[in-house]
Design a protein around this ligand. Structure first.
Ligand code: F6P
Length: 374
């Protein structure tokens, strides 16, 4: 497929619909669903482009399920996703950062076999400063077609448990980044591909096929104001980067923080790097800051499909078994060799091999150490 000429629809037809066993493998309808998602993204892009003139700035005077104040745009973009995707007979249910419970497809519409989890407006604190924001989405199938499809009732396919599956079961994932141009970055399990919105015509056009993340990098992204709350292995890694040429890494590193996960992941897909929102002791009840189902999982899928790695520090994110719709997880992702190094630092800390970095803030050591080099 040719960059600059292939539209999203053509890409999806060639990648999914023209595969010999598309329908028997249960992938029928996935391309149509992704086109619905792309339509939602185009509407959101048009809305955001209007900026303060669109009448969508400011607070919605409501609070979401995480106790965060919802902005008018959070509510409006959530509505756009729901309305574009609910009617087409492709979905059984949806989950969104902006909705507390599972949204089952209303009985007036036909039900399909896919489940959509999404964050309609990621990084929304950037809205007021006209900064980069995004939308993130993840697609699961309600069941394996080899399973007893006939015995699963509509209620079972649309309840909370249907969504509580590890990210390695995703059949598609992607994000939109609303920057100077709007891009849709997508994977259906055959690499990560980027499409740029041609605004005059309204098509997403393939511009970045088969994105590959360099294994090595000298750039990291983390909210450094949380340093005192980090675990020792993360403090060790960041300190070594900051030591630069005169430290044990023997080279200078650069740091970036945009406060928008979509923008950080996009940069990493374009030129490499590491993004961290690690476990910290700031809010002990929370495992991490980012949500597993509609932030960490889809981004990890895209990163792995582009040759990078995504871990919690101690476990591959795509293997984490979710316990709650809006559950959180620590996230460390990006260039393979750096993420492997951070995994090793967690292992050394857990085994007590890094005494100078042992902190009273984190008294417990995990004995679990994955082998990311396997
Ligand atoms: O909702 C998550 C998010 O907005 C991410 O997009 C971003 O990476 C992070 O939170 C920013 O966090 P902080 O406010 O700590 O900079």
């Amino acid at each position: 497929m040719q960059d600059g000429r292939t539209t999203l629809s053509k890409f999806l037809i060639d990648t999914l619909d023209r595969q010999p066993c598309a329908s028997t493998q249960g992938m029928a309808g996935l391309s149509a669903l992704l086109i619905d998602v792309a339509a939602a993204i185009k509407s959101i892009s048009a809305m955001l482009t209007k900026g303060a003139l669109g009448g969508h700035y400011g607070s919605a005077q409501t609070v979401n399920t995480h106790g965060e104040e919802q902005k008018k745009l959070d509510v409006a973009t959530n509505e756009i996703f729901v309305q574009q995707c609910e009617w087409d007979g492709l979905l059984a249910a949806m989950v969104s950062e902006e909705m507390e419970d599972v949204y089952a497809i209303p009985s007036g519409y036909p039900r399909g076999e896919y489940l959509l989890a999404f964050d309609p407006l990621d990084g929304s604190s950037n809205i007021d400063i006209n900064g980069v924001v995004g939308s993130i989405f993840s697609v699961l199938r309600t069941r394996d077609p080899a399973d007893s499809a006939a015995t699963e009732s509509a209620d079972e396919s649309a309840n909370e448990a249907a969504f509580l599956r590890p990210g390695c079961e995703q059949v598609a994932a992607g994000y939109a980044v609303y920057g100077p141009s709007t891009m849709l970055v997508l994977s259906v399990g055959n690499g990560t591909h980027g499409f740029t919105l041609e605004r005059d015509i309204g098509n997403f056009v393939l511009t970045h096929s088969n994105i590959r993340i360099p294994d090595d990098t000298a750039e990291f992204a983390i909210n450094a104001s949380n340093e005192r709350f980090w675990e020792p292995p993360v403090r060790r890694y960041v300190q070594e980067c900051k030591d630069g040429r005169s430290g044990c890494r023997a080279r200078d590193f650069n740091m970036r923080w945009i406060a928008s996960m979509v923008a950080e992941v996009h940069r990493i897909l374009m030129r490499g790097g590491v993004f961290m929102y690690p476990r910290d002791s700031k809010t002990p009840a929370m495992e991490g800051r980012l949500r597993l189902l509609y932030e960490a999982n889809p981004m990890s899928f895209l990163i792995e499909q582009a040759g990078g790695l995504a871990i919690t520090g101690r476990e591959r994110i795509l293997d984490v078994r979710p316990h709650a719709l809006h559950g959180r997880v620590p996230v460390i992702l990006g260039s393979k060799n750096e993420v492997e190094r951070i995994a090793r630092y967690h292992g050394e800390y857990d085994r007590g091999e890094d005494k100078p970095f042992t902190s009273p803030l984190f008294g417990t050591r995990s004995l679990f150490l994955p082998d990311f080099t396997a």
